[in-house]
Design a protein around this ligand. Structure first.
Ligand code: NAD
Length: 343
């Protein structure tokens, strides 16, 4: 079977991660890359052996030698690029989130449907072997019927304020992964969300209308209860843990470390800090999600993270934000075609 020929749009942090995954996968080849900042595209092209730098995303989408595109540009470009890529007949891998506006997301998903191209969303954590094991324990009934879910998701440090201004805010750039993880692990939908959130890390984050610390309570359709525990800063580094309590037992996963060494002295028993951020902590899952997208194209099978999987976490983000603003629980059924508005 021939190699899948990919074009990459966006040569920033995540464009680099995905270019590396493609370079490591003999089933695909990145034939072109583009970025509004040409220097960034040229840099990744030379790092990962990508032969062509396209001047624009339009030029890349019009290229007949490209089967599929990886949309790795800033979030505010995703919805339009999905429409353009679908109309150009390209399969699409798009980073999360699709957009913050459900109407714009729906237009993108319609275009994908009409063009009958494949779409996979960048919820890479689904491909993490620890979280996959938690899902298996739930799916197989190993821990019985789930009652409580606890997702701890704390960053090592806050992003720059320029990023906070354009990212849609914490619920859409950070918690979005946890919303996805909650429905992925539990295998059911959330019906109601209650948020307690505040600004405890940096007042500048509050000044641009965002929060940096939150506890988000989820009520699932079955009655099970979840908590997402988020903070933009944890002094000891990237903290990514999950626990599920079911009727027959519980399962939990801890952080990943650069080594397994434990140092015991007369003063303490200690270990090195966890892997510091997403590029290291989730390296395995980034490689596996890309392999899965490439396989779906080669074998003409459905992608494992679909358009609706991209839409629902955004609706959850809108509900979480509204709950924070109104100080009361919000039912997901009240979130229709609307957008998130920060105060
Ligand atoms: N799955 C994950 O864990 C994960 C991690 C990081 C980022 N992301 C997502 O990936 C996207 C990019 O994030 P990043 O951290 O790489 O940001 P970044 O700022 O490092 O890179 C974005 C790049 O896109 C380019 N760009 C912007 N508009 C463009 C356009 N119209 N055409 C071509 N290039 C354009 C910018 O010049 C920049 O080089 C965001 O949507 C973010 O939410 C996902």
């Amino acid at each position: 079977m021939k190699q899948v020929r990919l074009g990459i749009i966006g040569a920033g942090r995540i464009g680099n991660v995905h270019s590396q995954s493609v370079a490591n996968d003999p089933a695909a080849v990145a034939v072109a890359i583009t970025d509004i900042n040409r220097d960034s595209a040229e840099q990744l092209a030379s790092m990962h052996g990508i032969s062509r730098v396209a001047d624009t995303s339009r030029e890349l989408l019009d290229s007949p030698d490209i089967d599929a595109v990886l949309i790795c540009s800033s979030t505010n470009t995703h919805a339009d690029l999905i429409v353009q890529a679908a109309q150009a007949g390209k399969h699409i891998f798009c980073e999360k989130p699709i957009d913050y506006d459900l109407a714009r997301i729906d237009r993108s998903l319609d275009a994908v449907e009409r063009a009958r191209v494949k779409l996979q969303l960048g919820f890479n954590r689904r491909f993490d072997s620890n979280f996959a094991r938690v899902k298996k324990a739930i799916e197989t009934g190993e821990i019985g019927r789930p009652r409580l879910l606890h997702i701890i998701s704390r960053d090592p440090g806050p992003p720059p304020i320029s990023y906070v201004k354009s990212s849609g805010g914490m619920f859409f750039d950070m918690t979005i992964h946890d919303f996805d993880m909650a429905r992925f692990l539990m295998g059911e939908e959330v019906e109601e969300i209650y948020t307690a959130a505040g600004v405890m890390v940096d007042p500048a984050i509050g000044n641009v209308g965002d929060v940096d610390t939150a506890m988000i309570t989820l009520r699932f359709a079955s009655g099970a209860i979840g908590i997402i525990d988020n903070c933009r800063e944890a002094a000891y580094g990237y903290d990514q843990r999950v626990e599920v309590l079911g009727s027959k037992g519980s399962i939990h996963t801890g952080n990943r470390y650069p080594n397994q060494a434990i140092v015991s002295t007369g003063a303490s028993v200690r270990r090195d800090l966890p892997l510091n951020f997403f590029m290291d902590r989730y390296a395995e899952s980034f490689a596996l999600e890309m392999r899965s997208f490439i396989r779906a194209i080669r074998e003409d099978t459905p992608t494992l993270v679909t358009g609706i999987d991209g839409r629902i976490p955004v609706a959850m983000g809108i509900a979480a934000l509204r709950s924070h603003q109104e100080g009361k629980p919000v039912k997901l059924s009240t979130i229709s075609s609307t957008t998130a508005t920060r105060s």
